[in-house]
Design a protein around this ligand. Structure first.
Ligand SMILES: [Zn+2]
Length: 278
């Protein structure tokens, strides 16, 4: 009676094990049909591995093959009554190159002080174009006023925005400051015109897809402070990475027109970066 109970318990455990493993083939099959599955033992095979592959209990494999030890000899053909053919694993899909995602042009990047921290004038929404896609080039300027490097930054930014909105010396008033980013002498980056808008710094169609960066100061007469220079390099690298911009598409303002901008001390820094010789 005890032996029968143990056998029943063992059989039940086996069924539960197989059901739990997702196998429909359970139970104890003792009769071996002529078309029984076979498996040729390969190097590294174990009973449990074969059991899982064919969805058949280890005990059944042992019983059907009169195995007296666990070790399997490679090359031996095992009969697997009640087992089922392993389902071939689908081939892994070939990894496709994924285009580098570009950063959104919406919202102020976290590395810049938002224009809300300094601006007191609203953007003229009726006089501004959307960036209309991922920026693909960068133009560097200086503000051209030596006092911008000495005055309090907020004062300088408001002064420049006022000039741009009035259109002094320009064909028409701008919606707001024309540059997307301004770098102060101490190396801080300030948001000017939000990147979602096309800039107003390189004349007409030259503004399309063109991020405008302005360094405060007159770099015809002043040297570029190290902090300001290093931050320019940092920002150029960051923008190139974020938007997939080629360094060769970085120019100074005088690339587009005859002007002193970005100044004789700043221009070689810009060209050096663009040509990888900085
Ligand atoms: Zn300029």
């Amino acid at each position: 009676m005890v032996i029968i109970r143990r056998s029943l318990a063992a059989a039940l455990a086996c069924v539960l094990l197989l059901v739990g493993a997702g196998c429909r083939t359970g139970g104890v099959v003792r009769t071996v049909p002529s078309d029984v599955l076979t498996h040729t033992v390969a190097v590294g095979d174990t009973l449990s591995k074969i059991s899982r592959a064919y969805c058949i209990g280890v005990d059944e494999i042992i019983l059907a093959n009169n195995l007296d030890r666990i070790e399997l000899q490679p090359g031996r053909v095992l009969r697997l009554p009640g087992g089922r053919k392993p389902i071939a694993k689908p081939a892994l899909p070939v990894e496709q190159p994924v285009a580098k995602p570009t950063a959104s042009v919406d919202g102020c990047p976290d590395y810049a002080a938002p224009r809300s921290t300094w601006a007191i004038q609203a953007i003229d929404a009726g006089n501004i174009d959307p960036m209309g896609g991922t920026p693909w080039r960068i133009t560097v300027h200086h503000s051209g006023d030596a006092s911008d490097a000495r005055d309090e930054v907020v004062t300088a930014l408001r002064r420049i925005e006022q000039q741009h909105k009035l259109g002094a010396g320009k064909n028409e008033p701008f919606a707001c400051i024309g540059y997307h980013f301004i770098i102060s002498s101490d190396g801080r980056i300030w948001e000017g015109r939000p990147l979602q808008y096309q800039g107003a710094h390189a004349t007409g169609d030259n503004n399309k897809g063109n991020i405008g960066i302005c360094l405060l100061g007159n770099f015809d007469t002043q040297n570029v402070p190290v902090a300001q220079r290093d931050r320019l390099y940092w920002l150029l690298e960051r923008l190139c990475a974020d938007y997939g911009i080629s360094a060769s598409n970085i120019v100074g303002h005088n690339h587009f027109k005859t002007t002193d901008c970005p100044g004789r001390h700043l221009e070689p820094l810009v060209l050096g970066f663009a040509h990888g010789s900085r």
